[in-house]
Design a protein around this ligand. Structure first.
Ligand code: APR
Length: 178
C-alpha cells in the first residue's frame, strides 16, 4: 500500500496532522463521526465552523483541531446515497479530492479519513470504498509530497471491505512503491 493505509480505530484519537470530518452542509455538527469529532474537539470547533457559513456537498473546509490531537480538521460533505444514479460517485470522489487538495494547500502531509457517507448517508460501503481508494491513489500519484493517507474504519467489518476493494483494484501494483 505504500503511503495509503487502512486501519481500524476512532478517528478522534488520531495523531495525524489533519483528520477529515464527514459533515453536513450546515457544518454545525450532527451525529456519527461529526458528533464524535465535535465532542472531542470542544466548543471552539463549532465556533469556528459557524464563521464558515456552511459547505456545499463535495467541497471541503479547513479548521483548527482544538482539543483533538490532530492540528486540523478538514470538513467535507458527502452525498446522501439514493440509488447511485444521481451523481453520488462523482460527489464522493470530489470529497476525497477536495479534502486532499485543501490539505496540500496548507502544507499538511498526513491526512486521516473516515468512511465518508457510509453511515447516516447510506452509501454502500463496497461502492464507497472503490470511489474513495481510486480518488486517494490518483491524488497520491500526482502529489509525492503527501506523506501518508489513512482510511480509519470504525470497525473491522468496514476495514475488511476497504482491504478487499483495494486488493481488487491494485493487487498488481503491490511491488510498485507509490
Ligand atoms: N471514528 C471513525 N469512524 C467513525 C467514527 C469514529 N469515531 N464514528 C463513526 N464513524 C464511521 C461510521 O461507522 C461510518 O462508517 O464514519 C462513517 C461515516 O458515518 P457518519 O458519521 O454517519 O457520516 P455520513 O454517512 O457521511 O453522514 C453524515 O451524519 O453525523 C451526521 O452531521 C452528519 O449530517 C451528517 C451525516
Amino acid at each position: 500500500m505504500g503511503r495509503f493505509e487502512i486501519v481500524v480505530g476512532d478517528i478522534t484519537a488520531s495523531d495525524a496532522e489533519a483528520i477529515v470530518n464527514a459533515a453536513n452542509e450546515s457544518l454545525l455538527g450532527g451525529g456519527g463521526v461529526d458528533g464524535a469529532i465535535h465532542r472531542a474537539a470542544g466548543p471552539e470547533l463549532l465556533e469556528e465552523c459557524r464563521k464558515l457559513r456552511g459547505c456545499p456537498t463535495g467541497q471541503a473546509r479547513l479548521t483548527g483541531g482544538y482539543r483533538l490531537r490532530a492540528k486540523y480538521v478538514i470538513h467535507t460533505v458527502g452525498p446522501v446515497y439514493r440509488d447511485g444514479a444521481h451523481g453520488e460517485a462523482a460527489a464522493l470522489a470530489s470529497c476525497y479530492r477536495a479534502s486532499l487538495e485543501t490539505a496540500e494547500a496548507r502544507g499538511i502531509r498526513e491526512v486521516d479519513f473516515p468512511s465518508i457517507s457510509t453511515g447516516v448517508f447510506h452509501y454502500p460501503v463496497a461502492q464507497a470504498a472503490a470511489v474513495a481508494e481510486k480518488a486517494i491513489m490518483e491524488f497520491l500519484r500526482a502529489h509525492p509530497a503527501m506523506r501518508r493517507v489513512r482510511m480509519v474504519c470504525h470497525d473491522e467489518a468496514a476495514a475488511r471491505v476497504y482491504r478487499q476493494t483495494y486488493n481488487q483494484l491494485y493487487a498488481g501494483e503491490k511491488e510498485q512503491r507509490l
